[in-house]
Ligand binder design. Structure first.
Ligand code: ACO
Length: 259
């Protein structure tokens, strides 16, 4: 049985990074230093996913797993991964996600693992980061990946990038719109209603309308109430991710450009 988990959900995902790196080296010529995987995991913890073989006795009861990495004990076997990020300095100024790398071990191909890894990462990009679209590069000769991206997932070829790879092969630059996956981020107003839900006129009784919100008893506390004379604390949305010179982390002798 194979489980697909966000990299950040594993009790100690740092322990899994070498196995993810092995999966990458086994399947692709574009390789990265271990710290580049760590950088992804720490900076965009929601966006990368890993496919692991479920341990026979489950995760919780497996003593070996709780001490994984100590004394040569076993990790769950990684059979696939998607390493993804938000583009830190988008040339077009539009916030968007990027698939850095995707691979599935030969033993586990054509089971839908890559499709699931991709869909979960795309959803996280849209929901957690409000990514407008997701981009990636793929070798023009990579028929399997091309079919996955274009035919199964719905990516479109944006352009061909000549001699993108270190060995001189061209790349398709592909992208897919994610705006249809956005969730409602509007802030609740004083009544706890979302602005967008308020539109559309009167509220009906039984649908959370005013009649349903009538206070039935005495005051139970002041938490959440507006204090006289004081301004209500405002929610502030903060930007996630910073430009930390990721380019320096890519193993340059393997690929011309980082993807
Ligand atoms: N030939 C033709 N179509 C394929 C193939 C193939 N060998 N493999 C997958 N597809 C297409 C099919 O449409 C398939 O749907 P179907 O099985 O219903 O016909 C669909 O993709 C989904 O297939 P999955 O089972 O989800 O794909 P899988 O888990 O086998 O992984 C992958 C596909 C990642 C391309 C795998 O073959 C692999 O790891 N290849 C080597 C590494 C690689 O090329 N990675 C992508 C590089 S680009 C980048 O990293 C941004």
């Amino acid at each position: 049985m194979v489980d697909i988990l966000p990299l950040s959900s594993y009790p100690s995902y740092i322990n899994l990074l070498p196995s993810i790196q092995t999966c990458n080296i086994t399947n692709l010529p574009e390789n990265y230093f271990l710290k580049y995987y760590l950088y992804h995991a720490l900076t965009w913890p929601q966006l990368s996913f890993v496919a692991v073989m479920r341990p026979k006795n489950g995760y919780r009861h497996n003593k070996k797993l709780s001490g994984a990495g100590v004394g040569g004990e076993e990790y769950p076997k990684v059979v696939g991964y998607v390493l993804a990020k938000m583009e830190e300095e988008p040339v077009d100024g539009v916030p968007h996600g990027h698939i850095t790398s995707l691979s599935v071990m030969r033993t586990h191909r054509r089971l839908g693992i890559a499709e699931r890894l991709m869909r979960m990462s795309q959803r996280a990009m849209a929901e957690s980061h409000r990514a407008h679209y997701v981009s990636l590069h793929v070798r023009v000769s990579n028929t399997a990946a091309l079919r996955l991206y274009r035919d199964t997932l719905g990516f479109e070829v944006e352009k061909v990038e000549s001699k993108y790879y270190a060995d001189g092969e061209d790349a398709y630059a592909m992208r897919m719109d994610l705006k249809n996956m956005w969730v409602d981020w509007s802030e609740p107003d004083d009544d706890g209603q979302k602005e967008s839900k308020k539109e559309g006129g009167e509220k009906k009784s039984g649908d959370g309308g005013d009649d349903d919100n009538q206070d039935e008893g005495d005051e139970v506390g002041s938490l959440g109430k507006k204090e006289d004379g004081k301004e209500k604390e405002k929610m502030v949305r903060v930007k996630v991710g910073r430009g930390l010179g990721v380019g320096d982390l890519v193993e340059r002798n393997e690929s011309v450009k980082s993807s």
